[in-house]
Design a binder for this molecule. Structure first.
Ligand SMILES: Cc1cc2nc3c(=O)[nH]c(=O)nc-3n(C[C@H](O)[C@H](O)[C@H](O)COP(=O)(O)OP(=O)(O)OC[C@H]3O[C@@H](n4cnc5c(N)ncnc54)[C@H](O)[C@@H]3O)c2cc1C
Length: 403
């Protein structure tokens, strides 16, 4: 983790001096350096004294530091991910697609659900179609259960939509419409989220930090900060509220920070640690593990379900993400556009930011400071042409968040 360990405030001052960090400490607003515990005591759910925030290195938020702008779509289904088996000729197709904005987060749990259906066939050889977050984790879990696995895919990581995600724990993000959140769906979602969360804790502390915990500061300006919707955009459904009801016990809670206990221009600030996926190193880790366990990958495009039934493996996992809409003629898959920009990496920045109800989201990743906004026309929008003006505006907005 790049976030320094938490140290009591007086000890921290001694530590900063002894570590030669005094110059950095002097550049921190007084409330962040020495008075954090006093400020925290004014907060409604004050953090204990030992939870004083670490020094926050400034983010150099200027548009000339943008090194990449990427666009991909979230494969959203109102009824949630499709995880079920279907017979086509003498083949069993196990579908595992439609994970909206939570595919990385739910991947291990979703793979476990799909694997149960695979194992019911009794086959020892498995084909997985798709080499994104879902295909690769399903393939790995199947290998670990003793199956021999071949991946077939048009593109593989890092050239798949999964590679252009934000990279944070977001298991309920655009995962299902509230109107479809049946008890059966919720039970399965909770199982998937808990399995994934547990698995991610086994991936901490590895070289290159594929997965890590980082403090996030959630800034809000008051009731007017909510996302605006444009009149002609297709109506976005109300999403199922799952996290706070079903997995509230997982992970640390957020803490309010009092005035002066943070360097941000915002009426209200809360701090909460979050899991971050460094997708560049994490993808390589997954691919490396798959190949090391004897897996093979074949580049191939399928044009119809009947194509899958020509594979020599009799059990096939369909992990084609948004591709399933064309391949299986599934109109329930709705693309939700997402654009991200990366600023030049700043290894000294170990914290993230969320502003205006996640409308602006900033993630401290190894391959850059990722800046993302959500836009009114994202829903049902499969246009993956980058719009640089959006990213420039997002970076300027980020700059304005620092006092
Ligand atoms: C902007 C943005 C931010 C996101 N942020 C997060 C986040 O922070 N946390 C999180 O958990 N999730 C996030 N997501 C969601 C997550 O990225 C997706 O849910 C996930 O990537 C879906 O993975 P997948 O493997 O199903 O699909 P993909 O990554 O699209 O993989 C599909 C695979 O199938 C192959 N394929 C498709 N069609 C065919 C065909 N006909 N023949 C052969 N192969 C085919 C493709 O080549 C590819 O290999 C985000 C998404 C977006 C757009």
């Amino acid at each position: 983790m790049r976030t320094p360990a938490r140290i009591p405030a007086p000890d921290r001052r001694r530590f900063l001096r002894s570590a030669g960090w005094s110059a950095l400490a002097l550049s921190i607003p007084p409330a962040l350096g020495g008075c954090a515990s006093r400020a925290a005591a004014t907060a409604t759910d004050a953090a204990p004294a030992f939870a004083a925030p670490p020094p926050l290195a400034p983010i150099f938020a200027t548009p000339d530091r943008i090194i990449a702008i990427d666009v991909c779509t979230r494969p959203f289904r109102a009824q949630g991910p499709r995880i079920e088996a279907e017979r086509i000729g003498d083949h069993t197709i196990v579908h595992n697609y439609g994970h909206g904005g939570g595919g990385w987060s739910l991947s291990w749990g979703s793979a476990a659900e799909a694997l149960r259906l695979v194992q019911a066939t009794g086959e020892r050889e498995l084909a997985v179609v798709g080499c994104g977050a879902i295909g690769l984790t399903t393939a790995l879990l199947a290998q670990r259960s003793g199956l021999q696995v071949r991946i077939y895919a048009r593109e593989r990581l890092p050239l798949v939509p999964s590679s252009f995600a934000t990279g944070v724990w977001s298991p309920a993000s655009r995962i299902a419409a509230a109107s479809h959140a049946t008890p059966a769906f919720e039970a399965r979602w909770e199982r998937m989220a808990r399995t994934s969360f547990r698995t991610y804790q086994t991936l901490l502390g590895l070289p290159g930090e594929p997965v890590g915990w980082h403090d996030f500061y959630h800034l809000s300006d008051g009731p007017g900060a909510r996302r605006q919707r444009s009149g002609d955009a297709p109506p976005e459904p109300a999403y199922a509220d799952l996290e706070s009801r079903l997995i509230d016990d997982l992970g640390p809670r957020s803490r309010a920070l009092g005035d002066g206990a943070h360097p941000f221009n915002a009426a209200r600030v809360r701090r909460k640690p979050r899991l971050v996926f460094n997708l560049a190193t994490y993808s390589r880790l997954l691919l490396g593990d798959f190949l090391q366990l004897g897996g093979t990958i074949e580049t191939r495009t399928f044009h119809s379900p009947a194509d899958l039934a020509t594979l020599r493996e009799k059990t096939v996992v369909n992990a084609t993400g948004q591709g399933a809409r064309a391949l299986f003629g599934d109109p329930s898959l709705v693309p939700v556009r997402g654009q991200t920009a990366r600023l030049i990496p700043q290894p000294e920045v170990g914290y993230g930011l969320a502003h205006g109800g996640h409308n602006l989201f900033v993630v401290p990743r190894g391959d850059g400071i990722l800046v993302q906004t959500q836009e009114p026309g994202d829903y049902d929008n499969d246009d993956t042409t980058p719009d640089p003006a959006l990213s420039v505006a997002a970076v300027q907005r980020l700059a304005g968040l620092f006092q």
